[in-house]
Design a binder for this molecule. Structure first.
Ligand code: PAF
Length: 289
């Protein structure tokens, strides 16, 4: 596995690969790898001639009071994990190499980025869209793989690629969970044992709401009240930041479930904010309740 830290060097290598007719798969990450990241790398490995993984804790997607400084990092472990996953190029730039001190260009994706996480993190998706655009320009990948845990991020990137005619296939891959259902996240290391035990109820609450919809409930409000009650009973150490039913593409709230609907949650525990989601599908046929 080759480790590249200079953006221009990466671009030169990747342009050569594409000229040779190779397919290039990109997995953008912020490191501190877990099985969720490995599943994205595995997917890319199964499809591409060359797999590029970027490892960059992107400062522009963190707000001033957020956890940029204490975001978990372990380069040696990440390097070994990527190597074992068969990654060809690990791109690990310094922030100074990615952003000129007077950088003044950004990509904003309106609408899709406004609700859910965007409501409490108003500059987050601009940072994400900008760095992903830069990675696309550097790697020129055939496809790029993202986890569905950040479902709003995936919707933002899909919209950006569509609107700007970026010739990259955006691939979303399923959430990888612990055996008890907790979605894997680099930030889970910051949970105390009690918080960890309660955090798994985020998934259980979303699943219960999705099951209610699958059994015929069409009012998202009723399903969300059920989820909220479950969290109040089983996760009192956490505070729900949002619990919403949204359209999978537009990420705007739905008032009636007429098709696949994303049930999304963000919950704050003392040192960490967790997100999770489930795709709810209404019962086939009938008007529902
Ligand atoms: O999902 C992430 O880890 C980041 O938001 C991404 C896509 C790598 C951009 O920094």
């Amino acid at each position: 596995m080759r480790i590249v830290i200079e953006p221009r060097e990466l671009q030169g290598i990747c342009l050569d690969l594409r000229r040779q007719g190779q397919t290039v798969g990109l997995v953008p990450t912020m490191g501190y790898f877990h099985q969720g990241h490995v599943s994205l790398m595995d997917h890319a490995r199964g499809r591409a001639d060359t797999v590029v993984v970027s490892l960059f804790v992107n400062p522009t997607q963190f707000g001033p009071s957020e956890d940029l400084d204490r975001y978990p990092r372990d380069f040696a472990r990440d390097r070994d994990t990527a190597e074992k996953a068969g990654v060809d190029i690990l791109f690990a730039p310094e922030p100074g190499a990615m952003y000129a001190p007077d950088a003044s260009t950004a990509v904003t994706v309106d609408g899709v980025s406004a609700g859910l996480c965007g409501a409490s993190r108003p500059t987050h998706f601009r940072g994400v869209a900008t760095v992903v655009t830069k990675l696309f320009m550097l790697v020129q990948p055939t496809f790029a793989v993202f986890g569905e845990k950040d479902r709003q991020q995936l919707a933002v990137i899909r919209r950006m690629v569509r609107d700007l005619d970026i010739p990259v296939e955006v691939v979303g891959r399923p959430i990888v969970r612990e055996p008890d259902g907790l979605a894997l996240s680099s930030r889970n290391v910051f949970l105390s044992q009690d918080e960890r035990d309660q955090a798994l109820w985020i998934n259980k609450a979303l699943q219960a709401a999705a099951d209610l919809i699958a059994s015929g409930e069409r009012d998202p409000g009723t399903a969300l009240v059920l989820a909220r009650d479950i969290l109040a009973a089983h996760a009192p150490l956490g505070e729900v930041e949002y619990l919403e039913a949204v359209d999978p593409d537009a990420m705007t709230p739905v008032t009636r479930v007429n098709g696949p609907t994303v049930l999304a949650a963000a919950m704050r525990f003392s040192r960490v904010r967790l997100i999770d989601n489930r795709l709810a599908r209404p019962a086939a046929g009938g008007e529902g309740r």
